[in-house]
Write a protein that binds this ligand. Structure first.
Ligand SMILES: Cc1cc2nc3c(=O)[nH]c(=O)nc-3n(C[C@H](O)[C@H](O)[C@H](O)COP(=O)(O)OP(=O)(O)OC[C@H]3O[C@@H](n4cnc5c(N)ncnc54)[C@H](O)[C@@H]3O)c2cc1C
Length: 445
């Protein structure tokens, strides 16, 4: 239930210090950090296009576990005393001692989602759910610099604008598909696995295919194999086999808050080198226990002479055609070029994600004011603020544009992950707080 204090203050002129676009874990952590600023508390508003809080709902598979320790929750690395910690959640749910006995630092994704929902519920008065930000527009007042932005929002009540001094874009990841693949009733992205699988429940599918060799692909193979005990499940990937994620202690340091400082200050070629060395902590890799489980299951099936789990390794999908009651998948061996056409009841593309483009909702004027490096990538300050110059009419842009997520090229591999949301949120709030024009005493509740 919301508390009276759940409505974060607004300035008397109705302008807020920050509007957060998207209310996933990144901006939820930011909302908490802003509320915990005490005397320097910022006036905030958040906009989320989903109708309620949800974190990768389509992949909340039973038994799937977090890839980070519960101590890398929304707050602990910034403020271990915060009432929004995972431990505080466990205490509130009367499961603290049971979690200790559970004996792992990796909760299930379902439990972590429940934690995130529990925290998000305490910001109910601060978030506009079911509302999409469609554009961000600079506000020109008098002859001076552009100090404010209008956030154009579209929801069931139509279009409206929020005026702010700063915007924090945390719009997450967008599903990636190979060229020419079109999603449809039988061709899914792994993002939608749980929402789409109901459409084939009860139809006794004979064959299902999963494309990809990362964590989501292995989880989808495991899930479909259990869910449909009569179906053959084909994993198709270009690798020779699933490779384990490096979650060893030294490698894990690449996700430390201090690694962001190191990465940010390193020369470009060293940044590229580090991303290359440590890609296998996150990209196209699978939890070692899951690999072992799948291998054993496959082996036991072979012993029993009833092989349902099939691996088409060193292979690519050359063509996929939805013919109505099934999909025809042309699987091509990269070794000898031979092709096999598989008739599948559904195909899951577990082909990953890309960061959403922060410029997508900025109009041409704002986008042109954003500084880019030689490779055309956005230039960010250490405080995650886009370096921006003047607008087309020469006015300087003093309103702040901040990004959580699409900063891997400047801030390193933790940018799209949860590891650093607590500390990063504190840094962004401190940056905005340092430039906030109106003292907190002038805020109205
Ligand atoms: C299945 C899966 C499991 C994962 N597990 C882990 C893990 O265990 N550990 C880890 O560190 N990382 C994990 N990740 C990485 C993931 O990126 C982070 O967990 C996390 O989602 C990042 O939070 P975020 O708030 O930046 O983005 P998101 O969680 O994607 O949230 C972005 C939000 O913005 C909203 N939005 C987008 N555009 C608009 C708009 N125009 N207007 C309004 N709202 C908008 C979206 O609806 C969404 O709610 C996982 C990713 C996936 C796909």
């Amino acid at each position: 239930m919301p508390h009276a204090s759940d409505n974060d203050p607004a300035h008397a002129d109705g302008i807020v210090d920050l509007v957060g676009v998207g209310f996933g874990p990144s901006n939820l952590a930011l909302a908490i950090a802003a509320r915990e600023m005490g005397a320097g508390r910022l006036a905030t508003r958040f906009v989320e296009r989903q109708d309620s809080f949800g974190w990768h709902r389509g992949m909340l598979l039973e038994d799937a576990t977090m890839q980070v320790s519960y101590l890398k929750d929304l707050v602990t690395l910034r403020n271990p005393q915060s009432p929004f910690s995972f431990l505080a959640y466990l205490h509130a749910k009367q499961r603290l001692v049971d979690f200790i006995n559970y004996g792992s630092v990796y909760p299930t994704r379902l439990e972590f989602h429940d934690y995130l929902e529990w925290a998000a519920a305490r910001f109910a008065g601060t978030v506009d759910y079911g509302t999409e930000v469609v554009e961000i527009v600079p506000v020109r007042e008098g002859d001076g610099p552009v100090e404010h932005l209008d956030i154009v929002c579209r929801g069931s009540a139509g279009e409206r604008r929020l005026r702010t001094r700063n915007v924090v874009l945390a719009t997450g990841l967008v599903p990636h598909l190979p060229d020419n693949v079109v999603l449809g009733p039988r061709v899914w992205h792994s993002r939608d696995l749980l929402t789409r699988v109901g459409s084939i429940d009860g139809s006794r599918p004979r064959r299902l295919a999963v494309i990809g060799a990362g964590q989501s692909a292995a989880e989808a193979v495991d899930f479909l194999h259990r869910r449909f005990p009569d179906a053959e499940v084909c994993a198709v990937f270009t690798r020779y086999g699933f490779s384990p994620a490096d979650d060893s202690s030294f490698a894990n340091r690449i996700f430390d808050p201090s690694a962001v400082d190191d990465f940010y200050t390193a020369p470009g070629p060293v940044k590229d080198m580090l991303l290359g060395y440590h890609a296998n902590t996150n990209y196209s890799v699978v939890d070692a226990d899951l690999i072992d489980g799948l291998y054993r299951r496959h082996y036991h099936e072979r012993v029993a002479g009833q092989e349902r789990l099939k691996f088409h390794n060193v292979s690519r999908v050359a063509d996929v055609v939805d013919v109505g009651d099934h999909v025809e998948l042309a699987v091509e061996s990269l070794i000898d070029g031979t092709r096999e056409v598989l008739a599948a009841d559904a195909v899951v593309y577990a082909t990953g994600y890309r960061s959403s483009d922060p410029l997508a909702m900025l109009g041409d004027d704002l986008a042109a004011a954003c500084t880019r490096d030689d490779a055309g990538r956005l230039v960010f300050g250490r405080d995650y603020r886009i370096a921006a110059g003047a607008l087309s009419d020469g006015r300087p842009l003093t309103a702040g544009l901040y990004v959580q997520g699409a900063t891997e090229h400047t801030h390193g591999i933790s940018s799209t992950l949860l590891s650093n949301v607590a500390v990063r949120s504190g840094e962004i709030c401190a940056s905005i707080g340092a430039t906030a024009a109106v003292p907190v005493a002038a805020l109205r509740r």
